[in-house]
Design a protein around this ligand. Sequence first.
Ligand code: MLT
Length: 410
Amino acid sequence: MALINENYLKLPGSYLFSEIARRVNQFKTDNPEADIIRLGIGDVTRPLSPAVVEAMKTAVDEMGHAQTFRGYGPEQGYEFLSEKIIENDFKPLGVELTADEVFISDGAKTDTANFPDILGVNNIIAVTDPVYPVYVDSNVMAGRTGLFNDNKGQFDGIVYLPCTEENGMKPQLPTTKVDMIYLCFPNNPTGMTLTKDELKQWVDYARENKALILYDAAYEAFIQEDNIPRSIYEVEGAREVAVEFRSYSKTAGFTGTRCAYTIVPKEVKAYDSQGNAHSLNSLWLRRQTTKFNGVSYPVQAAAAAIYSEAGKKEIQANVRYYMDNAKLIREGLINAGYKVFGGVNAPYIWLKTPDQLSSWDFFDKLLNQANVVGTPGAGFGASGEGYFRLTAFGTRENTEKALERIRTKM
Ligand code: MLT
């Protein structure tokens, strides 16, 4: 008799964004005429840039000729890409890395969910609340949590760090000892950031408690202000305690193409039950070489083109486009009387639902009255109740239309 992994039975029926898609499809069936604008899941609308497309085509041609054909690539990714990552994404920040500290993968979602494979199931995890649901659900699957507590709307055994209006949507250090801390800045879903000093408190906590920070920097490219750290490694000591996840999905339109990378410095360690330290870089390499065969060559070649002169300009234009949307949404909502967070250094706008509506009620109202889809804050955790997320990844036309409808129909 094959037994299941019973941890899966602890999970809610469906993943947040699948549930939203289900509700929207139902609405579409019931209202076939409705012109629905989707500002829910953070999926991008700008196409791949010309430099990226060109590089991908060239790579596909190479794959079609015996002389230039490539079979299995390095599981960790090609050095032509990792060298560009180090040179362009880290050197300018004063962060030195070696190619074997860069692990190229098919997504930050995949990596944040898989990385704990090499970490003990008895570790206590801390997450911000609200939080990107992948961090929580993947740890539930792994057996690192208790059951879902309906009264609290939270899983037992997880330390939740509330991000609320009172603390400016910034998590406070845990008051009990935790072993793994997920931080995502610029934040999904609140769109808020931490300063370097604020981030340093977390690095110091991790160093004092031998904890590990899983730092999701997928939205780093959207930072507009100068004093916001782009990488956790800008903070002294972070190399000992943090891994960092990055992605091309949102900046370069790779949500469907799939390419991302994770930095695992040589110094970062976790411990066996005897207290002996082990290099997570070696363990992650061991894991990846066993379970992963790398990202396809044409996709890595396409990602490398982002770092060409033309590619850089095109990507900057994408970021500008989305951040102009963010500004429109932010200002449009403020003018319509909403209280909003984020949208300044991140492509997400986190609004307080009016009239104390629950976030799913606001979701239904927005869908029914304005035919606009967003993401209910409660889907990101108990502290997200009463909030709602809109993304800046729509087209300009749809973003403007959505705001007009929010102004006139809500
Ligand atoms: C989101 O909407 O939060 C993101 O698109 C989800 C993701 O990147 O997986």
